[in-house]
Design a protein around this ligand. Sequence first.
Ligand SMILES: Nc1ncnc2c1ncn2[C@@H]1O[C@H](COP(=O)(O)OP(=O)(O)OP(=O)(O)O)[C@@H](O)[C@H]1O
Ligand SMILES: [Mg+2]
Length: 221
Amino acid sequence: MSETASLPDRAPPLEARDLLKSFVGGDGSELEVLRGVSVRVESGEAVAVIGASGAGKSTLLHILGALDGPSGGEVLVGGRPVAGLEDEELARIRNHHIGFVFQFHHLLREFTALENVMMPALLAGTEMDAARAAARELLDAVGVSGREEHKPRQLSGGEQQRVAVARGFVRQQDQRSTARPPVPAEEGAQPVDGDRDAQSRSGGQGRPRSSPGGGTAPTGH
Ligand SMILES: Nc1ncnc2c1ncn2[C@@H]1O[C@H](COP(=O)(O)OP(=O)(O)OP(=O)(O)O)[C@@H](O)[C@H]1O
Ligand SMILES: [Mg+2]
């Protein structure tokens, strides 16, 4: 039975309740970044998180993506709380149920664009040919199909970001008929229309232009 099949029916792909996050600064003082943030992202919905630099968008997205833990509150992926899970199980949930597009794309330097995009699918056990086909479709969708064999340093900044977008969606592409993992995506990779004055906006028209669709993309700005 697949990981996806074991999740509760009709739970939203991603939900967070009353998130708190504090950091301790260099001078030892406490910095409260998140003060009671709740968000529920439905399948197929695009959600934009917009705010000033330093407001806490990346902090929120890292917590929603189970890359960092909150100081309080909880995150549920497919209805399942991620707090307290062992590292190995967390890594599996991230790979199976979440795609990532980072603010600083974090492509692997020694691998080609195509290999970078294939990587999350290969780690999830997708066969090489299927992973390659999914990666090619996505690179084509983001307009980088002519650069598949280029290493990151041989790509322009924008191309690197688009490869990172393709990588974020590859698990959606290779799970077409089953789960559609949410894709927390950060500034730089995902231009979003909208009202820059709003602190946050939910369920609007902010779908990333390069999204192949069907997924969920909280997007930082
Ligand atoms: N590990 C950390 N330790 C201490 N303070 C941190 C840490 N990470 C982030 N901060 C602080 O938390 C605040 C929120 O940071 P975050 O990276 O979430 O901002 P952001 O909204 O993504 O900003 P940007 O638009 O510039 O990317 C900032 O003031 C930052 O200095
Ligand atoms: Mg940020």
